[in-house]
Design a binder for this molecule. Structure first.
Ligand code: KIV
Length: 284
């Protein structure tokens, strides 16, 4: 497989993506590796190196153990594959919550060491000062409200958000606050449709939904979910392929052919002629 940048289409800058609000829907997918980024980039407006890689790539139980080094390594790989498509990299848990200065130091590392276009961080009003601090210092921020996987312990699991009136109002407040603080876009995850629709009407930046209905300005899915790599996926995931079955069938065929000797065949060998004759030893 070639690892050259994938896309020749003219791709948009962060301000241009922000300006799509109300004009067009944005398609974003997660990517964690260079070859996958190369495949996805021609079709997507943005790629997200989500901290979901903790579960998807590393088999961790949540996003909480994901480190800055993991995000930087995968972020750099995705940027290499993405060509001109903007890449957003998640700030992992513990890398931005302590202070705006801590967030700046780590976000600057992410930008410098990966070449990505922006970072994403979870949170509402408590993150407004940090979002303003980063945005004023040349670091575009995608916000993330609603169901926030880094808050799993506080939320008591991955539950749809905004069902109760106080929760609904709190998420609405979070969304308007992060937009006012300078985020260029926001992910809205796992909220009821009326809330996603109301936020999308209220804020002047694109809302990117995941489990938040078609009312949002765009959509994002975890790539392995939509390709059907897992047996279980949340209800909001549409499986566009059944790669788990495809891979399993392919690997079973390979193993069977190795065992019965039909792989490799002549077609997969470098020459089937008999070994070259040895040159006769020269007489002195
Ligand atoms: O980590 C991630 O993949 C995400 C998306 C689900 C939005 O944050």
């Amino acid at each position: 497989m070639s690892h050259s940048p994938a896309t020749t289409a003219s791709k948009r800058s962060i301000p241009q993506l922000r300006a799509t609000k109300g004009v067009e829907k944005l398609a974003m997918l997660t990517a964690y590796t260079a070859p996958m980024a190369e495949l996805l980039a021609p079709h997507c407006d943005m790629l997200l190196v989500g901290d979901s890689l903790g579960m998807v790539v590393y088999g961790l139980p949540s996003t909480l153990p994901v480190t800055l080094e993991m995000m930087i390594n995968h972020g750099a790989a995705v940027v290499r594959g993405a060509g001109a498509t903007p890449v957003i990299v998640d700030m992992p848990f513990g890398s931005y919550q302590a202070s705006p200065e801590q967030a700046f130091t780590n976000a600057a590392r992410i930008l410098q060491e990966t070449g990505c276009a922006a970072v994403k961080l979870e949170g509402g009003a408590e993150m407004a000062e940090t979002i303003r601090f980063l945005s004023d210092r040349a670091i575009p921020v995608m916000a993330h409200v609603g169901l926030m996987p880094q808050h799993v312990n506080q939320m008591g699991g991955f539950k749809t958000q905004g069902k109760e009136a106080d929760d609904y109002a709190a998420i609405q407040h979070a969304a308007t606050t992060v937009a006012a603080a300078g985020a260029f876009a926001m992910v809205i995850e796992g909220v009821v449709e009326p809330l996603a629709a109301e936020i999308t009407r209220q804020v002047s930046i694109p809302t990117i939904g995941i489990g938040a209905s078609a009312a949002c300005d765009g959509q994002v899915l975890v790539i392995d979910d939509m390709l059907g790599m897992f047996t279980h996926a949340p209800r909001f995931v549409k499986k566009y392929a059944a790669l788990r079955e495809t891979i399993s069938t392919a690997v079973a065929s390979y193993a069977a052919e190795v065992k019965n000797g039909s792989f490799p065949s002549d077609a997969h060998c470098y020459g089937t002629v008999t070994a070259p004759k040895k040159k006769p030893a020269r007489r002195s």
